[in-house]
Design a protein around this ligand. Structure first.
Ligand code: PDD
Length: 295
């Protein structure tokens, strides 16, 4: 049984008890992070903690910990869950506004609930590296503050479920004819040799993986653009990628039952994926078969 952190204690996950009056449960009044670790070391932890601070500020929950305290708490969690059989762990972390009698307006004196738990990041199946994955397009019907990493994810859940039922791994969302992001990922396209992703505004989450991938693509010398992508551009992209902390960079080779480019993971993905693998902690001891991860 994995060990969780819950409001100051470390205990087996199945012993954590959340109050029915917790506002995270009642209203989805909470924010979260998913932070990857490789070989016992966090990857891009300061960036995740910065985004957590921004999400908390945006919904006016006081941040319960300073970055150094978060780092100590989460590192302790990793140590307690260390298992050589699953060296790569994703930490899910959630902060709710706390427990109070049900009322939509903020309670006067609730203390934030803090939960963190770890689960294995499984290696990317060989078939995905060789063949890529399928995605479908769907209408983005989420709220207008998708830049906040809120747990209020019903639209994302329905979009992802629709994708699964259509034989795909992700729904690629369009709003007013423009690409926003995936149900649980950011989206990149490669068009005429340029690496393009929608700009950061309230319609997309500022993904930590997105940020690192942009940096790596620039370092590799690809022209990079953060700009709007039309449905038409998406349909004729030579490559499409999905980025997220647990699935890293997934190459989409089928979109809505049409091949993307040549229908195989493309050369730009190969280069950026290799650079991403090399940037992860413990990369030098990882064999090619172990590289990559999936949710
Ligand atoms: N989701 N956009 C959305 C809507 C997401 O839910 C996620 C990640 C991302 C990518 O962000 P990052 O690169 O920081 O992981 C973009 C996580 C993994 C989840 O909900 O499980």
């Amino acid at each position: 049984m994995s060990i969780a952190y819950f409001n100051g204690d470390y205990l087996p996950l199945d012993q954590v008890r959340i109050s029915p009056l917790d506002r995270g449960f009642l209203f989805g009044d909470s924010v979260y992070e998913v932070i990857p670790s490789y070989a016992g070391e966090f990857f891009l932890l300061p960036e995740h903690l910065e985004r957590l601070a921004r999400s908390l500020e945006a919904i006016r929950i006081p941040n319960p910990f300073a970055p150094a305290e978060w780092t100590a708490l989460l590192t302790d969690l990793l140590v307690r869950n260390a298992d050589p059989a699953t060296p790569d762990l994703g930490v899910y972390l959630q902060v709710t506004r706390g427990v109070a009698p049900r009322d939509h307006a903020f309670p006067a004196d609730a203390r934030p609930t803090v939960l963190a738990m770890a689960s294995p990041i499984r290696p990317l199946p060989e078939a995905v590296r060789v063949e890529g994955v399928a995605a479908v397009t769907a209408e983005d019907c989420r709220w207008e503050r998708c830049d906040i990493k809120a747990t209020t994810l019903l639209a994302n859940v329905l979009n992802r479920q629709e994708a699964m039922e259509r034989g795909a791994v992700e729904a690629v969302l369009l709003r007013d004819g423009k690409l926003t992001e995936g149900a649980a990922s950011n989206v990149f396209v490669v068009l005429d040799g340029r690496v393009i992703t929608p700009p950061l505004d309230a319609s997309v989450l500022p993904g930590v993986t997105r940020w690192r991938v942009l940096e790596l693509a620039r370092e590799l010398g690809y022209p990079v653009e953060e700009r709007g992508v039309s449905a038409d551009e998406l349909a004729r992209a030579g490559e499409i990628w999905l980025t997220s902390s647990t699935r890293e960079i997934l190459p989409v080779t089928r979109l809505d039952d049409h091949a993307v480019g040549a229908g195989l993971p493309g050369p730009v993905w190969q280069a950026v994926h290799a650079a991403y693998q090399a940037a992860k902690p413990g990369a030098q001891v990882r064999t090619p078969m172990q590289s990559g991860g999936s949710a």
